[in-house]
Structures are given as C-alpha cells and as structure tokens.
Design a protein around this ligand. Structure first.
Ligand code: GLU
Length: 616
C-alpha cells in the first residue's frame, strides 16, 4: 500500500513543487519507505526520488524544487511490496526512452512473465519492482502507433492484479492519465483551473473540497480544471457525480472514522482480499518445507503470538504434525539444549522489527542449521534479513497501536499455507479440500457482513459490561487463541484486566472469582468442543455468571443459555469453524474499541505501548 498524488494546473501563481510535496506528505500514513516526484518541462521528465521518510529525504534533496514552467507533477510515497525500499525501487518509474513516468499503488501479479517478455524485446529494467513493467508496456504501445490514452488502455488489458496508477508523458504535457482497479483513487478539482489525483481525499482537502471518487475499472484523463472518465469495460465515457466533502482534515485522514483503530477494523475485508493474492508458488514453498520438516516451531510476541496459536492449530490439522508455539522471548530458554538440527522455525512479526523475535531467530541460527520462514507486514524489515523465505502480508500500514487488520492477515496467511499443505498431502478428498478453500475465501465477506449488520450487538455488550472491572473470555480448542487475542485487545485499549482463558481450565482456579452477575464471554463456534463448552457454560451459569456468547448465525443451544449473544453471520460447519479465529476476532476488536470509548480512552494511543517493540 502506498500513496499517490498528482496535480495539473493552468495557473501561474501556484508553487507546484510545494503543492505536490504537501500533498504527498498528507499520504505518508499509507507508507513511508521511499518517496519520489516527477514533473515535466521542455519535453523532459524531471524525476527526484530516494529511500526514507519524506522529511529525511528533504534534508538531502529538495523534492519541491521542480522546473518553473512545469504545470504537471506526480508524486509517490512507497510501501514496498516488490523489491527492497531502495532509491532505485522508489517510484516514479520510467520507460527506456525516459518519456513516460508512472506512479503505482498495488501489485501487478503477472509482472514476472511481462518482465521476461519485455526483456526479450530488449527493454532494460532499472528496478526490482512489479510497477516498472507498466511504463515499458505503454512505450511499446506508443511505438505501435497508438496515442497516449489508447496505449494506457491497451496496457491495462495486459495487467492482472491491483492498481491505482497515474501516468504522464513528455509529449502530452497537458494530461495525466489515471486508472483504478482494487486500489483507491480520488480526483479533486478546482473547475477550469486545477485537477488533483490522490490515493485518499486528505491529500487535496486543504486545496479543494470538490471531488470524484473513482470506481474499479475506470480510467480518467485529467487536464487543468477538467476531467473525463471512461469505463474500461465498455470503453465508453461516463458521467460521475461531483461530491462536496465536508469532513475536517483530521477526520478525512481517518477516512471519516473517529479513530484509526476503527478504520483499520473496517479495512480488514480489503486487507484480507489483498493477502489472498499472495503468490501460490511462495505458499507452496512454505508448505513443502513444513511437510518435510521433523521439528517445527512457531514464534512471535503479543498479537502475532495469538495469530500464531490460531495458525499453528490450523496448519497442524492439515499437516498431521505437532507445531510447538513458543513466545519469542522464551525461545532461547525453552530450547536451550533441545533445539535440533534441521528444525523449521516460523517467525511472525507485524513490523519485522520485534527485537525478541529477531533475537530468537539469530540465536537459533547461531546454534543449529535451521530454516527460518517469516511472515511479516513489512518488506525489507530486519527479520527478513535472517530468513530463508518471507511472506509479506498485505494489510497495508497499520497506524492504531493495537494490531487489528494485521492479526487477521497473519492468521489468513497461515491458513493459506495450511490449504497448500492439504493439497500436497492429499490427506482429504479433493472435493473436501475445495470446501475448506471456499470457506477461507469467504472469510472477508463474512467480516464485511458482520461489520455492516451486527455492530449494534457489540454496543449492547459494551453497555452491559460497563461496570465490570474484570471478566473472562473463555473458549476451548482453536478458540482459545481467539479468547486470548480478545483479552489482549481489551487490556491494550480499554485498560481492563480481561483474561482470555481455556474454558476447561477455568474450573481449576479462576471460577472462584465468579459471583452473581460476573460476566463471562464464551467463544462458541459449533466445532468438536461445542458440547463440552455447553457444560462449561452451565458451570458458570450455576454460580450466577452473566453469560455473553459469540456464536454463529444459526446457533441454538449456547445462545439459549446466554444473557446476550453476538452472532457472526457464517455457516456453522467444520469447513468454516476452523477459520473462526479470523471471522470471530473482529467482534472482540470492536468490543475493545467501544469499551475504550466508554471509559474515555483514546483507542489509537493506549497507555505505555508502542507499535513496534524494539527493546528486550
Ligand atoms: N508494488 C509496488 C512496489 O512495490 C507498489 C507498492 C504499493 O502499492 O505499496 O513498488
């Protein structure tokens, strides 16, 4: 995920360099590992780019300094997906003739074959990015005699994947062409004077409140103060509604949500759909290594650890081998003299900078010949340097300190690996595996439906819990991971000591806390633990506990025993139950969010926490 910004104007009294720099700065929350600007003047491209945050780059090169007569500029702040965050990989990218420049947000999935075909035709690539194929493809189309717009349209037909892109060409200094498929793009306008394009409205909000929201498969030709939209499926012009935005700048940065945490919970379906596109080859590499491994460990901290607990459960089911989950801070002490050669270690870290995870991996590598498989949300992060293979989840930058969408994409990634293992091992009938795969593919939609229709039930629960200082979240089986993650979210953002615990184990001590009205949340997908969980519900009910349950849509028994139920709109069968840590957790994230608000806390800035823990 990254930010793109563009401006084209016919006004002389505008400092285009400052406009473009301020615009891209307002998108830096979307990614900040490198930044670049391109402008046009006297039939030449002027590209300035470098790695690092904008402020750091500004100390080395002035991105705002662009030729005086330039009336068009594009900028990009990158969050690398393909290729390290280096100067050479920063956008804009250009073609061989240096006439065409492109900034892109998204992933071109078929870039390997496109790049190979282009190289065979003599095109020289300067970067490792997927993006760079785009200017070269446009170059070819133009050489074939098509005009700028037609060349972009024909190029888009060759791309699979997701993109929001903006393109300029030295021979067309009065136009910027933009297009969108699955990555956001909005157009701001001061009619007759200036037009902007951006990944998000805040980028141009101080300059204009009039905007068009682009939809998938749309292309737009931006000229100074005017814009023409084309539907790429029909190739016909379309009229779009000009909207007036009345949000404050602060609200706009949060996409109209009150907090980043809420925005990021609502982004989960999109983040997961992006993560579903992780290369199958890469998933297969992970699957093969795990299949042939004798000893497998999974290690992480905090939310990533609970994602690992859920993920190891799913993988073990399909792999038929035990995976030991060890908190990264305990890795060395636990395996001090028992780490075996040829072990495989899965390391999970949102930032890839968690010092305890890095240290566990470094220690293991120094002791034995081990393989490290990493799952992280940040390309090129420190952890990736110690890893044999890396999968980058596609959650996009997460600003809320409490992890939400990154948790879901981590569990999803581990589940995608599990499905590949099932296919390799053929332990189940192909038709069975397909049913699991279909259930996993539906998880983003289930969450989307839940967020659309069931949020009021969360608010009811929050009001019920208002006076309770302590309570439990109890579960059995795979849902213990869900309960623990829910307990962690409530501790982090709502400042309540809420414990996620095994429902069976709770009899061995914690049940002594239960008095009349003591709340207990039961996580209850109808899996193989459900009948026994009914027994646990009865035990707590008999002691006066107030039962709140998280159940599937058609649940009958535990919901009947509950004072309140939160229903997750999904089928209750084995294909879906195993992925319930993905579909049930957003409810607990929201519970923590609304509980924080009720207690007057800022959920984006929990006390004493930092997003990335780089100290022991
Ligand atoms: N895939 C492109 C790159 O790695 C764009 C990244 C993005 O959208 O964040 O440079």
């Amino acid at each position: 995920m990254c930010g793109i910004f563009g401006v084209i104007t016919n006004q002389d009294n505008i400092s285009l360099g400052n406009v473009v720099l301020e615009g891209i700065k307002r998108l830096e929350y979307r990614g900040y590992d490198s930044c670049g600007v391109v402008s046009l003047s006297n039939s030449k491209l002027y590209i300035k780019k470098d790695s690092g945050k904008i402020e750091e780059i500004q100390k080395r090169i002035d991105l705002a300094e662009i030729p005086n007569n330039s009336k068009l500029a594009l900028a990009h702040t990158r969050w690398a997906t393909h290729g390290k965050p280096t100067r050479i990989n920063s956008h804009p990218h250009s073609d061989c003739s240096n006439k065409i420049a492109v900034v892109h947000n998204g992933i071109i999935e078929n870039f390997i074959e496109l790049r190979k075909a282009l190289s065979e035709r003599g095109h020289i690539f300067k970067s490792d990015t997927d993006t760079e194929v785009i200017p070269h493809l446009i170059e070819i189309k133009m050489k074939e005699g098509l005009d700028f717009k037609e060349s972009v349209v024909e190029t888009l037909k060759l791309l699979t994947g997701a993109y929001a892109l903006a393109v300029c060409h030295v021979d067309y200094p009065d136009s910027i062409i933009v297009a969108r498929k699955e990555s956001p793009l909005v157009i701001g306008i001061i009619e007759g004077k200036t037009t902007y394009c951006a990944s998000d409205i805040p980028a141009f909000l101080p300059l204009t409140r009039k905007c068009y929201i682009m939809d998938d498969d749309e292309l737009a030709i931006l000229k100074a103060g005017e814009v023409e939209f084309i539907n790429l499926k029909t190739n016909e012009k379309i009229e779009k509604e000009l909207k007036t935005i009345d949000w404050s700048i602060d609200a706009a940065e949060k996409g109209g949500y009150e907090h980043f945490m809420l925005k990021e919970i609502y982004e989960e379906p999109t983040a997961m759909k992006r993560t579903m596109k992780i290369s199958k080859d890469l998933l297969r590499i992970f699957a093969n290594i795990l299949w042939s491994a004798e000893n497998i460990y999974i290690t992480a901290a905090g939310t990533s650890f609970y994602a690992s607990l859920a993920g190891k459960f799913i993988i073990s089911r399909f792999l038929g081998k035990y995976i030991q989950a060890i908190e990264c801070s305990e890795f060395q002490t636990q395996l001090f003299n028992s780490l075996k050669n040829e072990s495989v270690i899965i390391a999970v870290s949102q930032s890839g900078e968690t010092i305890d995870t890095i240290e566990a991996i470094r220690w293991a590598k120094s002791k034995r010949n081990v393989k490290i498989l990493t799952i992280t949300n940040v390309v090129g992060s420190s952890l990736t340097r110690y890893s044999d293979h890396v999968i980058v989840t596609q959650a996009g930058p997460e600003i809320g300190v409490a992890a939400t969408k990154t948790y879901n994409t981590q569990v999803l990634t581990l589940a995608l690996i599990a499905i590949e293992i099932a296919k390799l091992r053929k332990i189940e009938l192909e038709s069975e595996i397909e049913k699991y795969e279909k259930a996993l593919e539906e998880t983003p939609q289930i969450i989307e439906n839940f967020l659309k229709n069931n949020v009021d039930s969360i608010k009811d629960v929050v009001n019920t819990l208002e006076k309770s200082v302590n309570f439990f979240i109890l579960a059995r089986g795979i849902s213990i991971a869900t309960a623990k993650e829910g307990g962690l979210k409530l501790k982090e953002v709502a400042c309540r000591f809420i414990e996620g615990y095994s429902a069976a184990h709770a009899k061995h001590g914690p049940i002594s806390l239960v008095r009349e009205g003591f709340p207990i949340i039961f996580i209850a997908p109808p899996d193989e633990t459900y009948q026994r969980l009914i027994g646990n519900v009865m035990e707590f009910k008999a002691r006066g506990g107030k039962i709140i349950s998280l159940v599937v849509e058609n649940d009958k028994y535990i919901s009947d025993l509950s004072n309140i139920s939160i229903r997750i709109p999904q089928p209750g069968n084995k294909y879906y139950n195993i992925f319930s840590p993905i579909t049930f957790t957003p409810a607990l994230q929201l519970l923590a969010y609304y509980a924080a608000l009720l207690h007057g806390l800022d959920p984006d800035k929990p006390l004493n926490l930092s997003k990335t823990v780089t100290v022991h």
